[in-house]
Design a protein around this ligand. Structure first.
Ligand SMILES: [Zn+2]
Length: 81
């Protein structure tokens, strides 16, 4: 949107858009521990403050991760001789 400032010059003013809640990529549940910040504010955070520090943190919810890990463990074939 263009605004005319006191000097008479038209300058562009950009409005920040709302940031959506992070969702699980498997079931769509809302993810906790992921901040809803615009990119400039997100840049001020440390990496550890942007998503949970576990595997698939910020991608899968804890229930889907537990199910996937369970299936992976059960798929391992035990070698018996
Ligand atoms: Zn999920």
């Amino acid at each position: 949107m263009y605004k005319r400032i006191p000097s008479g010059v038209a300058v562009a003013h950009y409005e920040l858009r709302n940031v959506n809640v992070a969702k699980c990529s498997a079931c769509g549940a809302q993810l906790g521990g992921v901040p809803r910040l615009n990119p400039s504010s997100l840049r001020k955070l440390a990496k550890t403050e942007k998503r949970p520090e576990r595997i698939y943190g910020g991608t899968l919810c804890r229930r889907c991760l537990a199910n996937i890990l369970r299936e992976a463990v059960r798929a391992i074939k035990l070698h018996r001789s």
